[in-house]
Every structure is written in C-alpha cells, then in structure tokens.
Write a protein that binds this ligand. Structure first.
Ligand code: AMP
Length: 467
C-alpha cells in the first residue's frame, strides 16, 4: 500500500505536500519522494526511509514551484528498496512528467512485455512506470461522449489511452510542467480525496492529510473520474464510468487512519461498528475489554460499548516504533512486536480478558501478544478479531501474504486458537462486516470472501513469460 498527496496552486506546494505525506506515513514507510514543478522544470527528491528522517530542509528548498506531488511507499509490486521509490519521472514526447500511484495493476507484466517488444524501455520494476511507458507509446484514446476542453486536447488523449490499457487498482496523480491530473480507477479500489486551502487545490489518499494543513475536505474523486487542474481552472471528466464499485473494505478494517474520511464515510464510525457487530455475534463473558493498539482500539471501543464491559489499556504501545507489519522481512516483524507492545499488569492481573484486534493474517503477532498477556497475569485470554478470516491474497494493492501463509488457510479455527494459545478465538462474520458499511455492494472484500472483482491477467503468464 502507498500514500499519495498533491497540491496545485500554492507557493508553498513543496512544504504542503511534505506535511501531507507525513500524515499519510501509516500507508508506507519504505521510501518517500516529492516532485514539484515551477512551470518550466520538474524537480524531484526521493529517499529511502520515513518522511521526517529522510527529507531534510535542504531537500525542500531544492523543490520549486506552485505544484507538487508526493508519495510514501510500502512495497507491493516491484519489491522493496529505494530503486522503486516514487514519484517516477520520465521524459516523454509530451515533455517531462512525474507520477505517483497507490494501488496495484493486474496486467502489468503482460503489458510490459508487449511494450518492451515495441522497443519501449523500463528503468524500474514497479507497475507505476507502466503509465508513463503507455503515454510514451504515443497512442491516443478519447472515451465515447467525452468533450475535451481545448487546453486538454494535446495531453489527455494519451493519458486516457494509458488508463484504458492499464487494468487494476490505481489512484494516481500526474504532474506535468503546467498541470496536475488526478485519477481514480473505474472500480475505485483505492481512496482519493480532494481538499482546498485558500486558492490551492489539494489531493490525498485520506482526508487526514488536509487536517494537518488546516485545509478543508471538498469531495472524493469519483471512480473512473479524471480531474485536470491548471491555471485555467478545474476540469472533471467522467471518462470511465463504472458499472460497479469495488472499494477496498480492508481500508476500513485496518489501513486508513481512524480520523480519515474515505469511501463516503468516516473510518472511525465504520471501524467502531465492526466492533459492535462483533460483540453482537459473541456470547463470551469477561471482566475487561482491551485493544491491541493502535489497530484494535476503535473496534474495541465499539465492542466494549455494545457489551457494556469496561474498556482498558491492557497493552501499552511504544510510540517510537512504526507499524510492525510493514517491515518486509518476517524476522524484523517478530522483533518489532516485542519492541512495540508491553503488558499493563495493573489491568491484566487475575482478569478474564477479551483482547480485540482488527485482523488476523499470519497469526504471528497474536501468538506473541497472548503470551505476553498471560505472563502478566491474565486469567483467561479470549481473542476477538473485528474482521473475518483473511483467506485470499490481495491483487489490488494490499500486501497480504500468499494463500499458503495465511493462517486461516493453514488450520481450522480451534487449531488457530491453540496455536496462538488463546482460551477462545472468534472472528467477525462476513455478513457482520458487510453490515458495518453503508453499501456493501460497493466494496471489494475478496481477501475475506474470495470474490475477486477483477481478473488478474498476469497470473496467466507462464514462468518463462514472467519478467
Ligand atoms: P499477523 O496476524 O501476525 O500477520 O499480523 C496481523 C496484524 O498486522 C493485524 O492485526 C493488523 O494490525 C496488521 N495488518 C494486517 N494486514 C496488514 C497489511 N496488509 N499491512 C500492514 N499491516 C497489516
């Protein structure tokens, strides 16, 4: 998963996107990058690591202009490392342009092979570069019924062509010398919201990026919408009208920050409702409800409220450690759990504890947490998960492990409970999850249901075809 941010029309654009991307740090910690434009040239800085440590004042000073885009990366396609940091910048027949992308394409390898056969070169391993390579291919497409503004006639048909060919999940920001283009894929897998601050137009994966600037949330970009902003104003094209939506329900379960507004709702409200639903489906008797911080806090509040049980902090989090799952190797992830959480004996001793987490993926985190709670004196430990068992990998941008690594595919519920040494284990039902959002039909819940809304064309490649 990744986070993206953009600003058009402010002399402070580079600083603004720096703050915005900092507030989206939870969406990726591997690398950070910013590109800006002063109307003539595009300037870029990309670094491995987290925003505050990686980007220095001197870097920001090098970035000039009234328009900027930024990215925090968490590797999905293309592997980790600074090489695939974004923005990806490329010289094309339309001039130099930069792009940031949140999501994952399902036909990247297939298309890359096709383009390489035509002599188009790729510098990186990430699917994001495909958008620029498709622009470079030079072909055009104008969706039926779309009337182009005279200022968009040169560039947009190339962008539309790229969007028509690339399939999958993509929220994108393109930075041209004199304009910014925001795009959301037709199924709307990933969020993208629009905000305003004075005369500037802002874009971000989540609305929490506007709060950090005391900017206002204007609206969400619609699935299939392409929005252009330049000196002449804002032009919105409903270029790829969706037949249905497939917004990622896992954004609500785990990924997005609880204070954000995405997919027509406040994450906090939906996440809390997941906790309430879980409580309604559960008949366990206990003394206290505790969350696994931070991801379990909001569902635990809902659960405790519904059950009329006390909510306490039974685990204390060290705030200097980032998200443990986002570490690319399992060894690092394991160590991080211990660095991150400590048991609070004042709450736990002699108690029957319900511990709430947002999701169970490989089961390694829970195993360690439950051991910790027991050693701190908890009499019983009942693990409750505010989402259904994760049974399928995500091909649309969430870094879930392979099917075989998912604990729910490896053993039945009772064995999982034994493996993580919980007295009992219960998940939210798929039905309960679907009840927690306003319109379940507008969501992709393939990781829980195996109901994949978009076929993965790259999976059809043979080993020899793969790059
Ligand atoms: P585990 O069961 O040990 O694999 O870890 C599951 C925990 O990691 C969950 O409780 C979430 O808080 C977090 N998590 C789940 N899915 C993801 C993901 N795709 N990226 C980052 N963190 C995740």
């Amino acid at each position: 998963m990744c986070g993206i941010a953009g600003v058009f029309g402010s002399p402070h654009a580079p600083e603004y996107v720096f703050f915005m991307i900092y507030s989206l740090q939870h969406r990726g910690q591997e690398s950070v990058g910013i590109s800006s434009s002063d109307g003539e040239e595009i300037y870029t800085v990309k670094k491995p690591g987290r925003v505050l440590e990686a980007i220095k004042k001197e870097d920001i000073l090098k970035l000039r202009g009234n328009t900027a885009i930024a990215h925090v990366r968490y590797s999905t396609a293309g592997g980790s490392g600074a090489l695939n940091a974004q923005p990806i910048v490329r010289e094309t027949h339309l001039g130099k342009l930069a792009v940031v992308h949140n999501g994952n394409l399902v036909n990247f390898l297939t298309l890359r092979k096709e383009l390489e056969q035509k002599g188009i070169k790729f510098q990186y391993n990430s699917d994001t570069e495909l958008f620029l390579a498709l622009v470079e291919e030079g072909k055009t497409f104008i969706p039926p019924g779309v009337e182009l503004h005279p200022r968009d006639k040169e560039i947009l048909p190339h962008v539309f062509y790229a969007l028509k060919r690339a399939k999958g999940a993509y929220s994108l920001l393109f930075l041209f010398k004199d304009k910014l283009i925001a795009v959301r894929d037709p199924l709307g897998f990933r969020p993208l919201v629009i905000g305003r601050k004075e005369r500037a137009l802002l874009f971000a994966s989540e609305s929490c990026a506007f709060d950090i600037l005391e900017a206002e949330l204007w609206r969400e970009l619609q699935p299939g919408e392409v929005l252009v902003v330049d000196e002449a104003g804002i032009r919105s094209y409903r270029a790829f009208p969706p037949e249905r939506k497939a917004q990622c329900i896992f954004e609500f379960v785990y990924f997005a920050r609880p204070d954000s507004y995405i997919f027509g709702d406040w994450v906090y409200d939906v996440r809390k409702e997941m906790g309430r639903q879980l409580a309604r489906e559960d008949d366990i008797d206990a003394d206290v409800v505790i969350p696994v911080p931070d991801s379990g806090i909001v569902p635990a509040l809902g659960y405790a409220e519904e059950k009329k049980l006390p909510f306490e902090y039974g685990l204390i989090r060290n705030h200097y450690v980032g998200r443990s799952f986002i570490e690319p190797t399992p060894e690092l992830r394991n160590l991080r759990v211990l660095m991150k959480l400590s048991p609070n004996r004042a709450v736990l001793k002699g108690k029957r504890v319900v511990v709430i987490d947002d999701s169970l993926v490989r089961g390694t985190t829970s195993k360690r947490i439950i051991g910790m709670l027991r050693r701190a004196g908890a009499r019983e430990v009942h693990l409750r998960i505010a989402s259904p068992p994760v049974v399928g990998p995500c091909y649309y941008g969430i870094d879930t492990p392979t099917k075989e690594e998912l604990i729910a595919n490896r053993m039945p519920l009772e064995d999982i409970a034994r493996f993580i040494s919980a007295d009992s284990l219960k998940y939210l039902s798929l039905e309960g999850l679907r009840k927690s959002v306003k319109n379940a039909g507008d969501f992709c819940d393939a990781c829980f249901s195996l109901n994949y809304p978009l076929e993965v064309e790259d999976l059809k490649l043979t080993g020899a075809d793969k790059i």
